[in-house]
Design a protein around this ligand. Structure first.
Ligand code: GTP
Ligand code: MG
Length: 292
């Protein structure tokens, strides 16, 4: 048996959470086309008869603009310590800049075994892959590179096999039936945030926090869920609510459906939008609003 902890690191929006979800075979982390979707480190576990891979998905590396993003950056950096392996996720479709290489070099090829997942190859010309790998070599990035598409599943089995072989010999770290360290309550708040990220423009969702006030299952099997959607600015509140409440109604309806499929039960969802100006810069409020 081989088992180990794999930190999944990379720039914001690279495709880390998508990759972890696909490898684990279940959605443990929300995904969106916007950078800074993941705010916490989230564990996703893949248990097979002869190996166990414990992935730690992390917030993407991104320029910090407030206390919240400072904490997110620290979360990613901390996750890369004391692990058995670092899997650096690179968005191949986004090109390969000198800055990409310098960030990579911080994490790969050091004391901890590492590899690069060069992802999103389904949406880029294949003839760009080999020159990029060559460029990495020339720049002293001397680790295995796996061109993959998490979305299409391309080359994911090879990556999984390689990771399994790279783990130290040892017993399972996590019980068989556990796929994530995050609670249902956490995922409910994240699903709401995901739907907001998908519907609204950049500035609004990045200032959002979702607080679960009530999460109860009634005798009839229906979940009664009440959420506060906290936003950064009064004008964000009006955008979120929309004319006659149309926007919040639509986004809540998407979220409810997604919660129902996650929980496997009916959901009665109520939401309330409120403003806490500048909460992302106030440590006390961050602690209250982001489940760290
Ligand atoms: N075409 C394609 N798109 C992908 C692939 N992997 C991820 N994406 C898309 O890339 C975007 C970002 O994906 P995420 O998985 O949220 O990226 P992330 O690295 O976790 O982002 P942060 O949490 O913000 O750091 C989403 O729109 C995904 O659907 C892939 O293999 N192919
Ligand atoms: Mg993510």
């Amino acid at each position: 048996m081989r088992s180990g902890i794999i930190a999944v690191i990379g720039r914001a929006n690279a495709g880390k959470s998508t990759l972890v979800n696909v490898l684990v075979g279940e959605k443990v982390a929300i995904v969106s086309p916007k950078p800074q979707t993941t705010r916490n480190s989230i564990m996703g576990v893949l248990t097979k008869p002869d190996y166990q891979l414990v992935f730690v998905d992390t917030p993407g590396i991104y320029k910090s603009s407030n206390k919240l993003s400072d904490i997110m950056m620290k979360t990613a950096e901390d996750a890369a310590k004391d692990v058995d392996f670092i899997l650096f996720v690179h968005d191949g479709h986004g090109g390969l800049s000198d800055r990409d290489i310098s960030i990579m070099k911080k994490y790969v090829g050091g004391g901890i075994p590492s590899a690069i997942a060069y992802t999103k190859i389904d949406i880029m010309p294949k003839d760009r892959i080999a020159p990029d790998i060559q460029k990495l070599c020339e720049n002293g990035v001397d680790v295995d590179v796996f061109p993959v598409s998490a979305r299409k599943g391309t080359n994911m089995a090879n990556l999984e096999k390689f990771l399994a072989q790279s783990m130290p010999e040892g017993d399972k770290i996590i019980a068989d039936d556990i796929v994530s360290d995050r609670s249902e309550k956490f995922m409910i708040a994240e699903i709401m945030r995901e739907k907001i990220l998908l519907k609204f423009d950049d500035e609004v969702p990045h200032g959002i926090a979702v607080i679960v006030n009530r999460f109860e299952r009634g005798e009839n099997g229906v979940y009664d869920i009440n959420l506060d959607i906290v936003c950064d600015k009064p004008n964000h509140k009006s955008i979120l609510i929309g004319r006659g409440g149309a926007a919040i109604k639509e986004v809540s309806s998407f979220a409810r459906k997604s919660m129902e499929s996650f929980l496997g039960a009916k959901v009665f969802l109520t939401t309330y939008v409120r403003v806490e100006e500048g909460w992302r810069d106030k440590m006390g409020l961050i602690k209250d609003m982001v489940i760290l």
